[in-house]
Design a protein around this ligand. Structure first.
Ligand SMILES: [Zn+2]
Length: 314
């Protein structure tokens, strides 16, 4: 059954960056410095976890050039080399020191700093993927000023891909984290299992999800999370696709899972409700029908793609 379900990886928002990350260049400080100062280089500005965006129907990054970004970098602002596209280098720069960049200072009138989660659906796909790289890295640099081993100051290395402790007797290296989260659709016959959290809008249901724990395979995490949240026991697990989820720095790993039994027992208060939905109803709900009964997660969420893939198979 599971091997019939098609994989729709390219539908996942925040994946599919147009940049070549060129990680081999990260340690070449001379080359990186020359690229940073080249006239065609572009910088994405991150202000307190929000990117500078050019408003419009499809939201695009408001790139700035070196004239705006380099004085900030020369004054100590965090920066990251993101990669190259069309022969042009792309960097991220932290402008969090600005008080109100939308309305005052050098960035006034250049764009907006929208809530990324709320605007994900309307972001240009390529730009969304660049933001999913830039935002967590800039955020990480601002939180890792001190060494977690000895408490001394750390310094940026590898063009923003790592940090190192400045204490000569420590010199610990630090790397940005990506936290794996499993998100899965349990299936039983012609029905799929969806859950409702108390904070969801009325009638909204989604796939179950949870963080992978240390020492756990993805399959084990899928089985544990479904069992913990709904009481439903699961057998076979199959990977579908993944989605970078920069809130703050997760990777959503989408799976389908075959339920062994359809008996639901809500053991904790994590879910308000878990329900088996018939495929026919879900197909119509994906077309916007039955909003008074079940409201699907939006297309930019991997949960939507997991449900859609399953619903597309007879
Ligand atoms: Zn240290």
């Amino acid at each position: 059954m599971l091997n019939k379900i098609p994989v729709l990886e390219t539908h996942n928002v925040f994946a599919g960056s147009p940049l070549d990350r060129c990680e081999i260049l990260r340690g070449d400080s001379q080359k990186i410095d020359a690229m940073m100062r080249a006239s065609n280089t572009r910088f994405i500005c991150i202000w307190r976890t929000k990117p500078l965006i050019k408003p419009g129907e499809s939201l695009r990054i408001q790139w700035v050039n070196g004239l705006m970004a380099l004085p900030l970098i020369d004054a100590g602002a965090a920066w990251v080399f993101l990669g190259i596209a069309d022969g042009r280098a792309h960097f991220a720069v932290d402008i969090s020191a600005e008080k109100d960049p939308e309305n005052s200072g050098d960035f006034a009138g250049m764009g907006i700093f929208p809530d990324l989660r709320m605007s994900a659906a309307t972001l240009d796909r390529g730009d969304a993927a660049i933001i999913a790289q830039a935002k967590p890295l800039i955020d990480w640099h601002s939180r890792r000023t001190f060494c977690s081993v000895c408490g001394s100051l750390t310094e940026m290395r590898q063009s923003g891909a790592s940090r190192v402790c400045t204490n000569e007797s420590c010199k610990a290296s630090h790397f940005p984290r990506t936290d794996p989260v499993v998100i899965m659709l349990a299936i039983h016959g012609d029905r799929c299992l969806l859950g409702r959290q108390k904070i969801f809008p009325p009638h909204m249901y989604s796939a179950l999800a949870g963080f992978v724990e240390p020492g756990e395979s993805l399959e084990e995490a899928v089985r544990r999370e479904i069992q913990e949240e709904s009481g439903v026991p699961v057998g076979e697990v199959r990977y579908h696709s993944s989605q970078p989820w920069p809130f703050p720095a997760s990777l959503m790993i989408g799976c389908h899972a075959m339920a062994i039994d359809d008996r639901i027992e809500l053991p904790g208060d994590e879910l308000e409700e878990a329900v088996w939905f018939e495929k026919g109803l879900i197909r119509e709900a994906l077309q916007g029908k039955h909003r008074d009964r079940v409201w699907m997660p939006p297309p930019h969420a991997i949960a939507h793609q997991l449900i859609k893939s399953w619903a597309s198979v007879d």
